[in-house]
Design a protein. Structure first.
Length: 753
């Protein structure tokens, strides 16, 4: 038998491929971002910084952000980034000078302007002068959209909109107001929700202990303090809340807004502190007078039981603080600003009237007395806010930039760092847990041979490239689980409950594929015997040999393919006849079904399709039987013609398999599983190694990008914060549960790159 396909060649090719793309900077988008920026303490400054950071993280050098800070005459900040441009919003001449400077820079094609009415009030017509004289395309984000405008405001907004290629707003309500009240064409408006931060799974109890809040029911609010926050509504509601929940503590997080401090000092904070004393709330309120670093702020939000948003500004279109809170999994009680009305309309929180302490106390007490209701709201909130993750926001922005550059921008998705966090969280001393609720492992779901076999392959591959000794413990756990599942006759059972008992499901389900996966995993481990301990490879060898009497009887298509791969990796002369026998079975299946325009092993395409041609190509590598190679190439080209559409992958939907009688590429939208994409990446990797054809490498990259957001929803399927992978891509949403199958599938695909 031949040696396993050499992955070093492929690794070098992939590195070269990414380096070549990295240095093709002539197609990158140079975009000037005109906005406030940190260290200025301002919500829009933070928003823009987060957006740029996400764009760079997601697309690397595809997009080059050039910052242009907004400053008043009195301000002169030191910025971490190089500032080629600045705009003094107090000086009309500065607007004209900025337009002239940007116009002279031939590399700049787009200007991204963050608009807030308060920014441009210091100089009459300054913004108009800038936009009128700017010769570059401009996209404007409206952070505030005021309903029912007077004639002057309406004309002003229409004038600004007239200069823009597109207007970005963050809610559908704002889009409707622009369209209906300002008569701006709807096709000029793009809705991109306020970005939010993805967070790893955390233990709320541990976080409360960290901040000396153990055994407390925590209410919180945060943001730059000012009278518009209307925090006194909560203070007036607290006596009624405390009467029923004496262990409540209310956290008021944030400094007073710098502009307010300049004009009136700490008048509002003093008012709140005096009201606290008057109502005898000193033991139930904690003022945290600081502009908290983001990690600390997010921890406070994650330990919060109920978040309170009590703004009295009827026209506040959107709130970053609200977005951060709901994406942190907080149950929300909010006043009816447009953003809250839109997000909370599907029973993801509780809406109260403006300045209504009685309603607030009732809402909070209802939530504090019902933990299951809070958990329900938490899960619904996370589902609602998942599309707003900064990673998804950056994709939507980048696609908009690409559109207005006539698709000249090459959006090269950046490979995420490998993160084993979720796999480690999902693994106990027994094995890898089957399912999770969002990112929380669900021990009640038990364990499967399938997941532990796949997990062992992935971690073996990780050890192969990293030599991280921590991997050895995981490999040992998964190998021991496989051994535990083997029965006296050599076959394997698949389903094990949390109490280490085999479940009834084992006797109601065909386990051929599970048995095949075990052989694949064991063979892969054996292929690394030169870098693993002899004990591991000897155990794997013994398990395989005990199973092969059973494996000879297999006729299930995918189980055969799994076993072929396992025997290929095992590379054992004594098992060579079995490998050839199984490869012949696959070849005969193909010859029986292949007709005219149907070049496949079965009369339908279902799941894990790429596995079949890949297995035959592995068989050819071992045997040099040209029939295997011919069928592998022919069937794989057929499959790729069905699932690769305009350089994007769309695997066969589990909502309706593709039948031989209906070969059109019109399978249902959604129902795409990470495991199918991963198997395709693995197969493309094998074909690239054998044929050294860069078309397979390009398809491999494009297919992997499905996990990163190159799919019909333009949303990430891999969560870089947890290291988990979402369980599926549906027609209108992503399934946010991060189970073992999807997470390991992603890791297998990622390690191929």
């Amino acid at each position: 038998m031949n040696k396993n396909i050499n992955s070093d060649v492929e690794d070098k090719a992939i590195r070269r491929f990414y380096n070549d793309k990295k240095h093709k900077t002539y197609n990158k988008a140079n975009i000037v971002f005109v906005s406030t920026f940190p260290p200025k303490v301002c919500g829009i400054a933070t928003y823009t910084q987060d957006l740029i950071k996400s764009l760079h993280s997601k697309f690397g050098e595809s997009i080059n952000a050039i910052i242009c800070p907004l400053e008043t005459e009195e301000e002169n900040y030191e910025y971490n980034e190089y500032t080629e441009y600045k705009l003094n919003i107090s000086d009309a001449v500065s607007y004209l000078e900025l337009a002239a400077k940007i116009n002279k820079n031939d590399t700049v094609e787009l200007v991204m302007l963050q608009h807030e009415f308060g920014f441009f009030n210091e100089t009459r017509n300054g913004l108009f002068l800038f936009l009128k004289n700017l010769k570059k395309d401009v996209i404007i984000t409206f952070h505030t959209v005021l309903p029912k405008p007077g004639k002057e405001l309406k004309e002003k907004v229409k004038e600004i909109a007239g200069f823009a290629k597109s207007l970005i707003v963050m809610t559908s309500i704002s889009a409707d107001i622009l369209s209906n009240d300002y008569e701006i064409p709807f096709d000029k408006i793009t809705i991109i929700p306020h970005g939010t931060h993805l967070l790893p799974f955390t233990d709320k109890i541990a976080l409360k202990e960290k901040y000396n809040l153990e055994n407390k029911k925590v209410l919180s609010t945060f943001g730059l303090l000012g009278s518009g926050k209307n925090i006194e509504t909560t203070l007036k509601a607290l006596p009624e809340i405390i009467a029923k929940n004496p262990d409540v503590i209310f956290l008021i997080l944030g400094k007073t807004h710098p502009a307010i401090v300049r004009h009136e000092g700490e008048k509002y904070r003093d008012f709140l502190e005096n009201l606290t004393c008057k109502l005898h709330l000193e033991n139930n309120i904690r003022f945290i007078n600081d502009y908290l670093p983001l990690p600390e702020l997010l921890e406070y939000l994650q330990l919060t039981d109920v978040y309170l948003f009590t703004s009295k500004d009827r026209n506040q279109a959107v709130s970053g603080t609200f977005s951060y809170a709901i994406s942190s999994g907080c149950a929300i009680v909010s006043t009816p600003i447009p953003h809250a009305l839109e997000v909370l309309k599907e029973d993801t929180g509780i809406i109260i009237d403006f300045e209504a302490p009685e309603q607030l106390s009732i809402a909070v007490n209802t939530l504090l007395e019902n933990e299951s209701k809070r958990e329900e709201l938490r899960l619904k909130s996370l589902e609602k806010m998942a599309p707003t993750a900064w990673e998804n926001s950056s994709i939507l922005h980048a696609l908009l930039f690409q559109k207005f550059r006539n698709n000249k921008t090459n959006l090269n998705y950046t490979l995420p760092e490998i993160n084993l966090g979720h796999i480690q969280n999902m693994t106990t001393d027994l094995g890898m847990i089957q399912f999770s609720k969002i990112s929380k492992p669900d021990i009640n779901s038990g364990y499967t041979l399938d997941d532990n076999a796949r997990g062992m392959i992935a971690i073996c591959r990780h050890f192969e490239v990293s030599r991280d000794k921590a991997d050895l413990q995981l490999i040992s756990i998964y190998l021991n689980f496989i051994k535990f599942c083997q029965q006296k006759d050599g076959s394997f059972l698949n389903y094990v409950d949390e109490h280490k008992q085999f479940t009834q499901q084992n006797y109601e389900t065909n386990l051929d594929d599970s048995n095949g996966r075990a052989i694949w995993a064991l063979g892969y481990l054996i292929s690394l015997k030169e870098i693993l301990s002899p004990e591991l490879s000897e155990t794997a060898e013994n398990i395989i040999q005990k199973n092969l009497i059973w494996a000879e009887k297999i006729h299930s298509t995918r189980a055969i393919a799994f076993i072929i791969k396992g025997l290929y990796y095992q590379n054992s002369e004594k098992n060579f006849p079995l490998l050839k026998e199984l490869a012949n079975r696959l070849a005969k299946m193909y010859q029986h079904e292949a007709k005219d325009d149907w070049h496949w092993f079965e009369s339908y395409l279902t799941y894990g399709n790429s596995l079949l041609p890949e297995a035959l190509l592995c068989a050819w590598t071992s045997t040099k039987d040209e029939l295997y190679k011919q069928i592998a190439e022919e069937s794989f080209q057929f499959l790729l013609s069905k699932i690769m559409i305009d350089d994007n992958i769309k695997v066969v939907s589990n909502k309706g398999w593709m039948q031989k009688e209906n070969t059109k590429n019109d399978t249902p939208i959604g129902g795409e599983q990470p495991i199918d994409v991963a198997y395709t990446v693995l197969a493309l990797s094998t074909f690239y190694k054998v044929f050294d054809d860069e078309k397979y490498l390009q398809m491999m990259i494009n297919s992997f990008n499905w996990f990163l957001g190159k799919n019909h929803l333009n949303q990430i399927v891999y969560n870089p914060a947890t290291g988990g992978c979402y369980d599926g891509l549906e027609e209108r949403n992503v399934n946010l549960n991060q189970g073992a199958e999807s997470t390991v599938s992603y890791l297998m695909a990622r390690l191929s790159l």
